[in-house]
Design a protein around this ligand. Structure first.
Ligand SMILES: [Zn+2]
Length: 428
């Protein structure tokens, strides 16, 4: 997950204008909107008890967070950690606990009616490859370990939410499905969410919340991305004897130089990145293959499309240039494989689900800004299903790095936030 904050003041003014800050949207005519106000909800005894339970069991939440983190779960290898979440779902009494075709772990908490149905999710996978030491070190409120924040904090808060609703015997008008999903990171390409919305629970989801990483922001804008693996090929040969052969690494170098010069708008934020390169045979060989992985992003569909077109043009031109350099047309070739396609989308800041998230944050004593990011919520947002991503509380350090850490100071506020939002969005 990557995000950046914007328009907090503007949305609060909007909320004030709509008379919504303390409560949930009751604007005339929209179906599926939660109708009880947050202010009313927090007066309810069982909900007060759930919030108290969320705070009181934070030490357990941290223990769970560490336990999940110490089970390696690189993208495509989430099964072992998934099994641990499945056990937790079963122990906490969720119904119909199951694993779907992608490896997502699901468990239901029926309400008075099957609809509206809320899905609350957190992702199982991390960016860290197999073999990474995922042991967590603790020093006071600080936890150190790869993935401890992203997204073991989300998984810990997901389980804590189920536990708090159970301990306080909260009943909801609508039904909830909790999901520990696969493939949020990197080349996982949101495959868990794509499976969930396009197959496992197709047409059954009315609202969606993902708990991703740390902090307290609300992500309501999805940053789209196209990711490519480009493979350059050539005949290869002896670096001395065959000198004069076109070289796939040179072609790649030419392409990277062109990409590095791309001019992109600052607003809407649009970015490009050559993240990984590889290839070559030996120092004394002209290589027969080289590859690179490229990340193109924007929260604006048109900006991403034009960046995508520039990318294709740059790679094609680089191949032509390298072949022309050695007057060997067609000797070097390049194949561009789309290995990641994350849709753009957004949930408007005046949408009930966003206003509810702001009101809930306020009710538990935190001010949550709106932000944009690439998260599991990209999929429902692109399908125009009301969706947000929230942070799991606490403070994260060095996400996606081996030095990742989590500061658990006041982290219980994030847990309370998730508990109350879950209850508020499971209302009629
Ligand atoms: Zn994440």
């Amino acid at each position: 997950m990557v995000n950046s904050s914007h328009t907090t003041v503007k949305s609060l003014r909007l909320a004030a204008a709509l008379g919504l800050v303390a409560g949930v949207a009751v604007t005339a005519g929209r179906a599926q909107e939660p109708h009880s106000t947050v202010a009313d909800l927090i007066q309810t005894a069982s909900i007060k008890a759930a919030l108290a339970a969320a705070r009181a069991s934070e030490p357990q939440t941290i223990d769970d967070q560490i336990r999940f983190c110490e089970i390696p779960a690189p993208s495509f290898k989430e099964a072992a950690r998934g099994a641990e979440l499945r056990k937790a779902f079963q122990e906490l009494g969720l119904q119909n606990v199951r694993v779907d075709a992608a490896g997502n772990v699901l468990g239901d908490r029926p309400g008075a009616a099957p609809r509206p149905r809320l899905v609350v999710a957190a992702h199982l996978d991390t960016v860290f490859p197999e073999g990474t030491d995922v042991h967590v070190k603790r020093d006071g409120a600080m936890l150190y370990g790869p993935g401890i924040g992203d997204d073991c904090r989300g998984l810990g808060v997901l389980v804590a939410t189920i536990r708090a609703l159970k301990q306080a015997s909260v009943e909801t008008p609508g039904s909830i499905t909790f999901v520990a999903d696969v493939g949020e990171e990197g080349l996982g390409d949101l495959r868990g969410m794509k499976q969930l919305f396009n197959d496992t629970m197709k047409g059954q989801i009315d609202r969606f919340v993902s708990i991703d990483s740390t902090g307290l922001s609300i992500t309501n804008v999805a940053v789209a991305s196209h990711r490519y693996r480009v493979t350059f090929k050539g005949p290869g040969g002896h670096s001395f004897g065959a000198f004069g052969l076109a070289n796939p690494i040179d072609a790649m170098g030419r392409a990277i130089a062109k990409i590095a010069e791309f001019q992109v708008p600052g607003e809407p934020r649009t970015t490009f990145n050559v993240g990984r390169v590889g290839g070559g045979t030996s120092v004394n060989s002209i290589p027969f293959e080289a590859w690179m992985e490229v990340d193109l992003r924007s929260r604006d569909r048109a900006s991403l499309a034009s960046l995508d077109a520039s990318f294709h043009k740059a790679v094609d031109a680089a191949v032509v240039e390298e072949n022309e350099r050695w007057r060997t047309p067609g000797v070097i070739t390049a194949v561009k494989d789309l290995v990641g396609d994350r849709p753009a989308g957004s949930t408007p800041s005046d949408a009930p689900i966003v206003q509810t998230a702001i009101a809930v944050a306020r009710a538990v004593g935190i001010s949550a800004g709106l932000s944009e990011g690439s998260t599991d919520a990209n999929v429902p947002m692109s399908l125009r299903i009301p969706a947000v991503t929230i942070g799991g509380g606490g403070r994260g350090v060095d996400g996606h790095a081996l030095t990742e850490a989590f500061d658990a100071t006041d982290a219980w506020k994030g847990t309370q936030n998730a508990v109350l939002l879950t209850i508020a969005l499971a209302q009629k």
